[in-house]
Design a protein around this ligand. Structure first.
Ligand SMILES: Nc1nc2c(ncn2[C@@H]2O[C@H](COP(=O)(O)OP(=O)(O)OP(=O)(O)O)[C@@H](O)[C@H]2O)c(=O)[nH]1
Length: 665
């Protein structure tokens, strides 16, 4: 118990500081004030002394039940006499003087006496501040830095009566080349530029379309990756996703990804069946294919709204917009325009002449020119605001995208922004965010689930749904895994397969897992290298299996807290097959080049072709020229033979791994 002060132990023992000083005097120990620090043995003496006293008192109480516990509370008044003030870790002399209600010059003098030369604007550390305050019988407490941020970012819900309807925020998703950009352009052309005489559409990352007396805000970056990347950073900006499916091409892999990303985010989906002008257009086939993904269109007896459109000739665009209005009316989207502005950064860049320029989407409150704001680690006063038509505006309410000038640096897309009380608070909060680490701040509320800590997260009530992304080499495996895993759901936790697909684990899968707190399970597939690095950064658990049963077993065990991964695989190198040689009686030798890490003779190996694992086993031989070798390092060529496997082809990648014992987290 080091560095305990008199008043602290007094509080602990529920007596006055004065009493503590007197008691110590009985033991010939002299202390000066309630701020004096006590030695360990002095604390022990006091604890012993008062313990006995307590026991004695208890006995007395037992004997004299009627006796009121006389004025016990007088102790508190003494404690109350000591004024307690919270200060940050570092304060300037001036700030401290204000808190202590004394002249700054007086503190400067006091500091001089202590041998510290400081002017009024200089910062002093907490201990020095404490020693200064002691003189004024004021006790300083260190303000927890997290408090400042938590207080600042805390969003009190608005009163129901202050809520007003707001326009929907819409994003366009779909498979590559199905017409996302063309559709956004078509809407902008009919609903934005032409109606605004002389209005020039600015590309600011979002635009507002007018439909009769309603407005719709479109985010101008199509694609589910951008959408989920923002969501992963904590920003849920979108209300409705338009799923664009080309009528002549039908549901394709990225259509499925888009569906699952939208579903995981819980946004409404409206299907736009595009390219209706094309001769091969077959909207019924699209609707039929969508059924498999639980999007059953209205004319097929379901609830999903679908609209046939052509981004080229404008067919169906009006109807699509009306449907968006209808869906948003049903969703009763509301926000409080009166409170301090809050929203997200949609995109931002550095403009040579104007400095950092950011497009922001106001989500609640009203942003005004002159408002001090914080966005991630950047801050500043809104110097000017422009809308999507390049017009200067003074304020922007909920769902309105505006371009703003005045931030000190370029924020990131997806950063939330908040209005601060004043410039000083904005700067201070941004500095604290930098100190604390931005990523940490944004993800404060989301600890990522891993199989290793699944059980403890279930126990603590953090996990009610175990979200899983499944990737496999063939569709059959995806389906088999989905079905077997879903059966594992029990009363405590429901297993949800939020996305399943064929092929390597991609960055988009990892983004989805991160945004939805999911784990990824791969069967006979490998993560792409970009996916691997994002997974590491985001702390996403990717589990790779060859046998479905093993995955089921692991998840079942993890749910019961009985997972025992004693060994973990560590990939030690990759080699690319550059040539192959058939040797009669022996088999195929791969002429390989070690591209990273190293190859060792007794490592486990797997052969990967286009992200799919074709073979897993052992090396039958590892040679440099004619000699058998134990290992081959990066940048060297070698001859590889695989145990009982000859289907080696040019450009195949062989991955070498060893099993390492790991500690359970
Ligand atoms: N005939 C016809 N062609 C269309 C239509 N919509 C888009 N296209 C064409 O399809 C091609 C792809 O359109 P984009 O709008 O670039 O598609 P996208 O989905 O944004 O593509 P990515 O951004 O690459 O994912 C272009 O050549 C368009 O001209 C349509 O309604 N009818």
């Amino acid at each position: 118990m080091s560095k305990v002060r008199v008043y602290e132990i007094a509080k602990e023992l529920n007596v006055t500081s004065k009493e503590i000083i007197n008691t110590l005097e009985e033991y010939d120990i002299k202390v000066n004030s309630h701020m004096s620090t006590l030695k360990d043995e002095e604390c022990t003496i006091l604890m012993e002394y008062y313990k006995k006293d307590d026991e004695k008192q208890e006995e007395t109480i037992v004997e004299e039940v009627q006796e009121p516990i006389a004025e016990e509370n007088t102790n508190e008044s003494e404690v109350d006499d000591i004024k307690m003030i919270k200060i940050p870790q570092n304060v300037s002399v001036k700030e401290l003087a204000e808190k202590l209600e004394v002249q700054s010059s007086e503190l400067v003098k006091e500091l001089m006496l202590k041998g510290i030369m400081a002017n009024v604007n200089e910062n002093i550390d907490f201990d020095t501040a404490v020693s200064l305050a002691e003189k004024y019988d004021i006790l300083l407490e260190q303000q927890e830095e997290v408090d400042i941020l938590e207080d600042f970012f805390k969003v009190e819900p608005s009163d129901e009566k202050d809520l007003r309807s707001r326009p929907p925020v819409v994003v366009v998703m779909g498979h590559v080349d199905h017409g996302k950009t063309s559709l956004l352009d078509a809407i902008r052309k009919t609903r934005v530029t032409e109606k605004e005489a002389g209005g020039i559409t600015q590309h600011i990352g979002a635009y507002v379309a007018q439909v009769n007396d309603q407005k719709i805000t479109f985010l101008d970056t199509p694609g589910h990756e951008a959408f989920t990347a923002m969501r992963m950073r904590g920003a849920q900006a979108t209300d409705i996703a338009i799923l664009v499916v080309a009528a002549d091409d039908g549901v394709m892999p990225q259509t499925v990804e888009a569906i699952n990303h939208a579903k995981a985010a819980g946004v409404e989906i409206i299907v736009a069946i595009n390219k209706m002008d094309k001769p091969g257009a077959n909207p019924d086939r699209v609707k039929q294919e969508l059924v498999e993904y639980e999007l059953i269109c209205e004319d097929w007896g379901g609830e999903t709204i679908s609209v046939p459109v052509s981004a080229i000739n404008g067919e169906g665009i009006d109807q699509l917009l009306e449907m968006i209005v209808l869906v948003s009316e049903m969703s009763e989207l509301k926000a409080d325009p009166k409170r301090d502005a809050r929203g997200i950064i949609i995109e931002a860049q550095l403009d040579k002449g104007r400095g950092p320029v950011a497009t922001v989407l106001v989500q609640s409150g009203t942003l005004r020119v002159g408002d001090p704001i914080v966005a991630g680690t950047s801050y500043g006063k809104v110097r000017a605001m422009m809308d999507d038509k390049g017009r200067r505006v003074k304020e922007a309410g909920p769902s309105k995208p505006v371009e703003i000038l005045g931030l000190n640096e370029v924020p990131l897309a997806g950063d939330p922004f908040y209005k601060a009380k004043n410039d000083r608070e904005a700067r201070h909060v941004a500095e604290k965010v930098i100190e604390k680490g931005k990523v940490d701040l944004i993800k404060r509320s989301s600890t990522k689930v891993t199989l290793d800590d699944l059980f403890s997260q279930i126990q603590s009530g953090n996990v009610k749904d175990l979200n899983i992304v499944v990737k496999a080499d063939v569709q059959g495996s995806v389906e088999a895994v989905k079905q077997s895993l879903q059966k594992l759901s029990n009363e405590e936790v429901v297993i949800k397969i939020i996305h399943g697909g064929v092929g390597a684990v991609t960055e988009s899968d990892v983004l989805l897992a991160s945004a939805s707190n999911a784990i990824i399970i791969g069967f006979n597939v490998r993560p792409e290298s970009s996916a691997k690095s994002v997974a590491e950064r985001e702390n996403i658990d990717i589990r790779l299996y060859r046998i479905i049963y093993n995955a089921i077993e692991d998840i079942e065990a993890a749910m019961k807290g009985m997972l025992d991964p004693i060994f973990e695989e560590k990939v030690i190198g990759h080699a690319q097959i550059r040539d192959t040689f058939k040797v009669s009686g022996l088999g195929t030798i791969g002429g390989a080049y070690v591209i990273d890490g190293k190859f060792v003779r007794n490592a486990g190996v797997r052969l990967v072709r286009d992200g799919i694992v074709i073979y897993e086993g052992e090396l039958a031989s590892l040679k440099r020229f004619k000699d058998d070798v134990k290992e081959v390092n990066t940048g060297y060529e070698c001859g590889i033979m695989l145990e009982k496997f000859n289907d080696i082809k040019e450009d195949d990648v062989v991955e070498a791994y060893v099993m390492e014992e790991i500690e359970r987290k």
